[in-house]
Design a protein around this ligand. Structure first.
Ligand code: PLP
Ligand code: ZN
Length: 402
């Protein structure tokens, strides 16, 4: 545990690896490990711990061992929708159904090694589910702070791991900044989206993509962005590979936001260096609730990643998200949650604009499974696709249908 943390913006380094923010206010991340590394150095282990030499901790016990190692699937059925050659990096195949597990798999044991008996998070979605699962699998207490108006299905998904859940009334945005300061007064580590150890876990998705595609390389990667943590981890992974001499040119990074909460897109379009937080009346309702952060803590870093790689940030409407979710299912056979469908919707736009060529290899990352999320599909489809038959006349009616 001695990797120095560094600021992407001013380059300042801190030797205190429990520090999470730079004096300039930006979140810190771990620098590329000072090590010689080639793909042959990967231990023969399934999942993300194959990249243990590039991570800040040794492989822990518990459900962390099931994180990562997701398939990269060439999915030509989605080429028409995306306007390019599509590879799906299916992050729904993590233990709690979302890429968040890669981060929890590193951040939870990292916090425990640093002497925290209790870990916690502020989330009513995938972050809460994942942190609770990883904490209990290491037999640690977990505190999850959720807003008062959390849907019961979501509460059930978090509660199954039996963390302590506190429903907090009041401004959930303020809770986010106040909640972080809990770590200063209590022996508890609050692991939110920009936690440095979490970001280092996320970068393993990039290592897997490059190893699976070799000797080919992707021209671009497309992912959803909300707080910008995942985008940061992906950029960190690309920078590590470049620093280690395993990659020459970075692929373009395309980030996709919901039009209901898109401060990163606005900053990208206006040329600003960092996003401006949206006020409540600038933030709308969306079916993509996993990506509704109006004040992204890693927003400036996500923007820098996009500009560094020659990519773009785009926003998509709920109607476009519904279409993409359906295309994932019907043309690809994938069940993704609305937030995870956004990169496909974004590619549709980008290729219409001519930013992506049809012969380019693009990795699309559906970040979370749709199996936790019933009730967001088009109900009329169930009705349209279903007819009735009495058993004695079943054969006859099937002949009718066809
Ligand atoms: C958390 C989450 C995101 C957004 O990740 P950020 O790090 O907040 O940008 C996207 N998709 C899913 C399914 C998520 O759970
Ligand atoms: Zn700084």
């Amino acid at each position: 545990m001695s990797a120095p943390v560094v600021c992407f913006r001013c380059g300042d380094r801190y030797d205190d690896e429990t520090r999470v923010r730079c004096a300039c206010g930006e979140p810190l991340w771990f620098d590329t490990p000072r090590t010689e590394f080639t793909w042959e150095d990967c231990p023969d282990i399934e999942g993300m711990w194959r990249y243990e030499p590039l991570l800040p901790i040794d492989r822990p016990e518990g459900v962390a061992r099931a994180a990562g190692g997701t398939p990269l699937v060439r999915s030509s059925g989605l080429d028409d929708a995306a306007g390019c050659r599509v590879y799906v990096k299916d992050e729904s195949e993590n233990p709690t159904g979302a890429y968040k597990d890669r981060g929890s798999a590193v951040a939870v044991p990292y916090a425990i090694e640093a002497g925290n008996d209790v870990v916690g998070t502020i989330s009513y979605g995938n972050m809460g589910i994942s942190t609770a699962a990883h904490a209990t699998s290491l037999d640690r207490e977990c505190l999850v702070l959720v807003p008062e108006e959390i849907p019961s299905g979501r509460l059930e998904l978090i509660a199954q791991y039996e963390p302590t859940i506190v429903q907090v009334s009041g401004d959930y945005g303020a809770l986010y900044s106040d909640g972080l300061s809990l770590s200063e007064s209590l022996p508890i580590s609050i692991l939110v989206s920009d936690d440095p150890a979490r970001i280092s876990g996320y970068k393993t998705v990039v290592f897997e993509i490059y190893e699976s595609l070799a000797p080919e390389t992707p021209d671009a990667l497309a992912l959803p962005a909300s707080s910008g943590g995942f985008a940061s981890g992906v950029w960190r992974g690309l920078c590590d590979l470049k620093a280690l001499g395993l990659l020459e040119e970075l692929p373009r990074l395309y980030l996709v936001q919901t039009a209901a909460a898109d401060p990163i897109t606005r900053a990208f379009e206006s040329g600003a260096a960092e996003p401006t937080a949206l006020s409540p009346d600038e933030t709308g309702e969306t079916i993509a609730h996993s990506i509704g952060n109006p004040d992204p803590p890693s927003g400036a870093r996500a923007l820098a990643a996009v500009r560094d790689t020659g990519g773009a940030v785009v926003s998509v409407s709920d109607a476009e998200i519904r279409t993409a979710k359906r295309q994932f299912a019907v043309d690809g056979g994938f069940c993704v949650e609305p937030a995870a469908a956004t990169p496909l919707a974004g590619l549709t736009r980008l290729s219409e604009r001519g930013e992506i060529a049809s012969d380019e290899r693009v990795v699309v990352v559906p970040t979370g499974t749709g199996f936790k999320e019933l009730g967001v599909g088009d109900v009329s489809i169930s009705t349209e696709r279903t007819s009735r038959a009495d058993l004695p006349e079943l054969l006859e009616s099937l002949l009718d249908v066809n």
